[in-house]
Design a protein. Structure first.
Length: 178
């Protein structure tokens, strides 16, 4: 799927990717839902997240926490409080550590709660982005707080791109059970 370039494309891609993800989750067998992820036998899966996330809850919580980052960033900046997307002390070089911290924070969260959280936060992000015009979302540097890019780019990364990432990971995990 081509990267969205308009508000309508972005929302459609987010909803479509989220629906695909949720349909896949609903199709997962009990065995795949109850077996920890293990990608240690696949040398192509080198990124840290392949080791970090151990189950569906971890993947859903990752999505939820990135929704929260986007919501807080947009709300703070639109209220006049200049805020970076990544909270201190994290940077784009160290955001992997932040993801590990999200993972640690939610080890007591159960799968049912993780599902509730991500369903609600997805809706919240969709509602948030509908308040912006196409120009506000996709004109580069429309807002000074988006740096050299556009608000829409952050939204696409947090929504449809992240959902595709999650789906890829879940498919890789369930492939072992077929």
């Amino acid at each position: 799927m081509a990267r969205p370039k308009t508000k309508e494309e972005m929302i459609a891609a987010a909803e479509s990717s989220f629906e695909k993800l949720w349909t896949f989750i609903d199709s997962m067998s009990e065995e795949s839902l109850n077996t920890e992820f293990d990608f240690s036998d696949d040398a192509t899966k080198k990124e840290a997240h392949w080791k970090r996330d151990k189950n569906l809850r971890d993947v859903l919580i990752h999505l939820y926490e990135w929704h929260q980052l986007l919501i807080k960033w947009v709300e703070s900046n639109t209220a006049g409080q200049k805020t970076d997307f990544l909270p201190e002390p994290y940077t784009w070089k160290t955001y992997g550590d932040m993801n590990v911290e999200f993972w640690r924070k939610h080890q007591i969260t159960d799968l049912s709660k993780a599902k509730e959280l991500v369903l609600a936060s997805h809706r919240s992000v969709i509602e948030l982005v509908t308040n912006f015009s196409n120009e506000e979302l996709f004109a580069k540097q429309y807002f000074d707080w988006t740096g050299t890019t556009s608000l829409g780019s952050y939204c696409v990364s947090t929504l449809s791109s992240h959902y595709e990432w999650a789906l890829k990971k879940l498919k890789a995990h369930t492939k072992k059970f077929k």
